[in-house]
Design a protein around this ligand. Structure first.
Ligand code: AMP
Length: 348
């Protein structure tokens, strides 16, 4: 069978894990990243260093590969579109265009008749002042926010009047909901009605950063079923190819809300590496490279702990139990809110 050379844009831990999964399938990988020290270069067959708007470098990368995918969603749309004119980019750049912008993303989810939190588009100070009904809420930049970056709590009307928005940015103000818990559904879509869905994962965030992920989620089974159904509806509507993740909120009245869609492999799905026969990474490679879909088998329940900042030092060189798996992302510098590695504990 023809094995394509796979180009991966982005060289962080997700790129590393994708490259490792590709190696297992005997697929060559070329990583493209704007960070000279990108950890994923240790796992890929080739590495091209260049900015995401350096079209000469991107062309060089493009010549080396047959298919292109990416490990993060904030690649300029124009870059993905240009690449897509030369080589197939999976998932399709149009999907990325919707998901890169919180407003477009939420509008899209509502168009699919699925519930989100209440939100309003904020373009200027006047819009903000007229948005009392969304308080208490979170003001989020429409683009380029993750792990709580670009997010501001607005607790009351005074804060609403005093908050100074940046004139070159657009925002949404999202009504705060009383969270019972959060879950995510990771799935891999191979084509029309051809999905491989992992069981919903329960997630705990601290300071808006994912801290723990666990299966099984301790949630009523009808809500879990609904989350899987909603995630598949979104994947079908997007005509998605590859692994994606849908993050959900569950409020104290057991209402389910779609929070956001990640058009890529996802942090909460790391436990699939050890808990399932096929990980989210292998599934992504299989789908984007047109390989066969394999039936998912869960071997064990599991818990994943993100090692953030200095947490990593506690595990380097530590003797692990036989049900524990430690992953060091090999990042050069430790930073306080940076994901440095993770630990998966199988519940054997
Ligand atoms: P986000 O980047 O939008 O996924 O937000 C990061 C985290 O902040 C979420 O996983 C929640 O823990 C929390 N959060 C975001 N939006 C809301 C909301 N409208 N109500 C309650 N918690 C929220």
């Amino acid at each position: 069978m023809f094995k394509p050379v796979l180009g991966i844009i982005g060289g962080g831990q997700l790129g590393s894990m994708l490259a490792q999964a590709a190696k297992k399938l005997d697929i060559r990988t070329v990583i493209y990243c704007d960070d000279e020290n990108a950890p994923a270069q240790h796992f890929s067959d080739e590495f091209v260093f260049g900015k995401y708007d350096n079209f000469n470098k991107l062309k060089e990368f493009c010549y080396k590969v047959d298919i292109i995918t990416y490990e993060f969603e904030n690649i300029p749309y124009e870059t993905l579109q240009n690449l897509n004119n030369e080589k197939k980019v999976n998932p399709c750049p149009n999907i990325n265009k919707i998901i890169q912008n919180r407003l477009f993303e939420k509008d899209f989810i509502n168009k699919c008749n699925l519930r989100t939190t209440k939100y309003v588009h904020i373009k200027n100070q006047k819009d903000l002042q007229a948005s009392d009904e969304y308080v208490p809420g979170l003001l989020k930049t429409c683009t380029l926010g993750y792990d709580g970056k670009g997010q501001y709590k607005i607790e009351n009307s005074d804060q609403l009047s005093n908050f100074e928005i940046e004139t070159d940015k657009e925002y949404i103000l999202e009504k705060f909901i009383n969270l019972k818990t959060e879950i995510s559904v990771v799935l891999t879509r191979y084509g029309h009605q051809k999905c491989s869905i992992y069981e919903p994962i329960e997630n705990k965030h601290e300071e808006q950063i994912l801290r723990y992920s666990e299966i099984p989620a301790k949630i009523q089974s009808d809500i879990l079923d609904k989350s899987k159904e909603w995630a598949s509806i979104l994947a079908e509507e997007l005509d998605y190819i590859g692994t994606m993740c849908v993050e959900f909120f569950i409020d104290r009245n057991d209402n389910l809300y779609v929070n956001e869609i990640a058009p890529r492999v996802h942090n909460s799905g790391h436990l699939t590496i050890n808990a399932y026969n096929v990980s989210q990474f292998e599934n992504h490679i299989r789908a984007v490279c047109g390989m066969e879909k394999i039936k998912l088998i869960k071997f064990f329940d599991a818990k994943m702990i993100n090692l953030i900042g200095k947490d990593i030092n506690l595990y380097k060189g530590k003797k692990l139990n036989e049900n524990e798996y430690f992953y060091d992302y090999l990042k050069k510098d430790i930073k306080s809110n940076r994901k440095m590695g993770h630990l998966t504990i199988l519940k054997k």
